[in-house]
Design a protein around this ligand. Structure first.
Ligand SMILES: [Zn+2]
Length: 176
């Protein structure tokens, strides 16, 4: 069984990130994520929300196959958009008594917001003043070149209900 659209894929990998156009200089890349066998990545191919190029690079692989590929930002999470930040009054983060909810207000924290379409979107806190905070809505990997090295540990056909729901059921997926 080979990886293709509508298969359920299980992977382990290491992700290295760096500046774009540096693909030949791997030593400048830093490790960003290690996904091991104890908690592998499981996704429904073509419905995962992952970059298309990530899924395409895996097409045709079977269990036990290894992979090793680069994605420049345009094939990954896009360029970093300096406009995609927002300044918000710190009062939004006070409880009804006017006390700051301090555990939320730390630089680097990722906070959930709702956008105009009503979808949940994460923003990272990048600046705090006495009256305002600045939140960055770029994907954490925006503007980064990504190097994936890993191994396929599972491939199976998706079930009818998985295809209807658009996500994986059972181990590594949604249990309901
Ligand atoms: Zn479901």
């Amino acid at each position: 069984m080979k990886i293709a659209p509508n298969t359920v894929v299980t992977l382990t990998y290491e992700l290295y990130i760096g500046e774009p156009e540096e693909s030949e200089e791997e030593e400048t890349f830093e490790i960003a994520e290690v996904v091991g066998e104890d908690d592998p990545m499981v996704f429904l191919h073509s419905k995962s929300g992952l970059p298309e190029a990530f899924e395409e690079n895996l097409n045709g692989l079977s269990v036990g196959d290894e992979f090793n590929f680069w994605l420049e930002p345009e094939a990954g999470y896009g360029d970093y958009d300096p406009e995609a930040t927002m300044v918000l009054p710190i009062d939004m983060f006070k409880d009804p008594d006017g006390n700051e909810i301090v555990e939320m207000l730390e630089i680097g924290n990722v906070l959930p917001f709702t956008n105009e379409e009503g979808n949940q979107i994460n923003g990272q806190l990048i600046e705090i003043s006495d009256t305002e905070i600045t939140v960055d809505f770029n994907h954490p990997l925006a503007g980064k070149a990504m190097h994936f090295e890993g191994k396929v540990t599972g491939v199976r056909e998706a079930t009818t209900s998985e295809l209807e729901h658009g996500h994986v059921h059972g181990e590594g997926g949604v249990i309901h």
